[in-house]
Design a binder for this molecule. Structure first.
Ligand code: ARG
Length: 235
């Protein structure tokens, strides 16, 4: 297969921003695993190369800096396809549907953003969740203090230690957190933002993008996608 020629160095390098379970996180042995990793493994197999994960801040991924500089061949970061991002990177076909959700500690539920007046609301820097909340605050003149955290771990830590009254992130990420920390937090409200995740390549890398889309399409048609979905997301 000429696939090897599509990637820089005989390996398919994947930029992601850890942790973001169930899409990408380290297992007990320190290996990076998850839904995105399993899908990109299929692309690597198709190209007859191995996948190598590069953990890097989300900002550099979504801005195109990492793909354009050649730091990575592909980005896989539970990343939502947006028009703004499409200007700087090329997205694969959508591979996952997501919405935003508001999590609180158990027993401290709020149903609306209005109820957070005078309180702190945590978001993850550079994400669609942050953008959504900032837009809502502006549009509705909400009196909530939005606090931005550099990664998901810091955001979840802030929620667990009462630094924020609530926190917003993608729904599947909260579901995973609640599964891992039973009884500690709940999804108190949802915002139907209708997002879709895409993998990304450097703008104009149509050949690699084609391989990504082909790997996705065969996974969907031969049942592999469903198997991976069940393993990482659930029923
Ligand atoms: N889906 C959201 C977005 O695209 C959050 C992605 C964050 N991903 C990560 N690996 N930290 O903005």
């Amino acid at each position: 297969e000429s696939g090897v020629a599509l990637v820089k160095s005989g390996v398919l390098t994947t930029c992601t921003h850890l942790p973001y379970a169930p899409f990408q996180s380290k297992d007990d042995s320190g290996k990076v695993v998850g839904f995105d990793v399993a899908l990109i493994d299929l692309v690597a197999a198709k190209l007859s190369v191995k996948q190598e994960i590069v953990d890097t801040p989300f900002e550099g991924i979504k801005s195109g800096a990492d793909l354009n500089s050649g730091k990575c061949d592909v980005a896989a970061a539970g990343m939502t396809i947006t028009d703004e991002r499409k200007k700087v990177i090329d997205f694969s076909d959508p591979y996952f549907d997501a919405t935003q959700a508001l999590a609180t500690q158990t027993g401290k539920e709020v149903k609306t953003l209005e109820e957070l007046a005078g309180k702190r609301l945590g978001v993850q820097g550079g994400t669609t969740g942050e953008e959504y909340i900032n837009a809502q605050v502006k549009q509705k003149g909400l009196k909530v203090e939005v606090v931005s955290y550099r990664d998901l771990a810091a955001l979840q830590q802030a929620l667990a230690t009462n630094q924020v009254a609530a926190a917003v992130n993608d729904l599947p990420v909260w579901n995973e957190y609640i599964k891992a920390n039973p009884g500690k937090a709940v999804v108190a409200a949802g915002f139907d933002t209708g997002e879709q995740y895409g993998f990304a390549v450097k703008k104009g890398n149509t050949e690699l993008l084609k391989s990504v889309n082909e790997a996705l399409a065969s996974a969907r048609s031969d049942g592999t996608y469903d198997k991976i979905y069940k393993e990482w997301i659930g029923e």
